[in-house]
Ligand binder design. Structure first.
Ligand code: ADP
Length: 321
């Protein structure tokens, strides 16, 4: 019997740990006797046939590297029916019977459309935002929050020296998880997330109460989905007269060597994705759910909103009084 051929691509925003996932797909595939094709630049590269067979050695020395060795892209053409048909044709030409898509929710929407045309697809959640339902964590989130925690420590040093407040704006799109987890781990005085919103008087009160207890600094961590960092700084200065600086962390949160947690998660999810293809499954997403590796219907995943942890948010508020 002819060997089954599968493909792997990374799409949309990159995240640390994508390389570890690619490595897991390639090595699990080859271990199981499959031919594994690497597709460059996401759906854009698929449409244009930027495809190469992967060997065990193609993924050597990448588990610790940030970014994605297959590169990633956003593809306007793939948003069209014709574009997706072209992608499907290319899959046929290369004998690709299944495709693993490592990316975020946009990439999964594309994957689902491809599945509707008859392709066998499996999604692996790779995004720093942690905004995908049915997976407690996405690949890259842990590395991103560790980057933010590191930044909080550094900013606290300088903020304390000057007796200031500092608003740190973090990524996450409409999700507050980076703000919440990094804020809790970094001991931020205020954590602001789009799921809850904020009251500027509450933020000011926390700064004043902290000062009265002898605190030299105040760190406010703000999710980009809320926005308005500079206006907030101005309002705080006007209301309580505390010099307030703004730090927008930006793309530094997307880079860096993945943490051990992200490497292990990516390895497990990548391997499970291959097993699903071998078992003939399609339109599934692999995830870590209640601490177990599991898989879910991709359409269901995309219809559901990731649950925000009220419990963690409440705890963070209690611990930062
Ligand atoms: P992410 O996967 O990080 O959320 P994007 O939202 O940019 O990133 O999506 C990546 C790519 O997936 C897009 O450039 C596009 O080619 C494809 N895609 C996104 N949404 C759809 C959709 N509704 N239908 C088809 N393809 C889509």
């Amino acid at each position: 019997m002819k060997k089954k051929t599968i493909g792997v691509l990374t799409s949309g925003g990159d995240s640390p740990g994508m390389n570890a996932a690619i490595r897991a797909v390639v090595r699990t595939g080859i271990f199981n006797g499959l031919t594994v094709l690497g597709v460059k630049k996401g759906y854009e590269g698929l449409i244009h046939g930027e495809i190469e067979e992967m060997q065990l050695s193609s993924v050597a020395d990448i588990i610790h590297r940030g970014g994605t060795m297959l590169q990633t892209a956003r593809s306007k053409e793939f948003m069209t029916e014709e574009g997706r048909q072209k992608a499907l044709n290319i899959m046929e030409v290369f004998g690709m019977q299944g495709l693993i898509i490592i990316g975020g929710d946009g990439s999964f929407r594309g994957a689902l459309e491809l599945a509707k045309l008859g392709a066998q697809v499996i999604g692996v959640p790779g995004t720093i935002d942690n905004d995908i339902a049915f997976t407690d964590y996405t690949i890259g989130f842990d590395t991103a929050i560790n980057t933010v925690v590191d930044a909080i420590g550094k900013i606290r040093d300088t903020t304390s020296s000057h007796n200031r407040a500092n608003i740190i704006e973090v990524m996450g799109r409409n999700s507050g998880d980076i703000s919440l987890y990094a804020g809790l781990a970094g001991g931020a005085e205020s954590i602001i997330v789009p799921e809850v919103g904020y009251d500027v008087d509450d933020v000011c009160k926390r700064i004043v109460q902290g000062r009265n207890r002898g605190k030299l600094h105040s760190i406010i961590i703000l999710a980009e989905g809320v926005g308005g960092a500079f206006e907030m700084a101005k309002t705080i200065e006007e209301k309580i007269g505390v010099e307030t600086r703004v730090t927008i962390l930006g793309h530094v949160q997307r880079g860096g060597s993945p943490t051990a947690f992200d490497r292990v998660l990516a390895s497990r999810l990548g391997a499970r994705a291959v097993e699903l293809l071998i078992n003939g499954r399609t339109a599934r997403m692999v995830g870590i759910y209640k601490n177990e590796i599991a898989d879910f219907d991709l359409e269901e995943v995309l219809k559901s909103r990731k649950e925000f942890s009220e419990e963690l948010y409440t705890l963070a508020r209690i611990l930062s009084i």
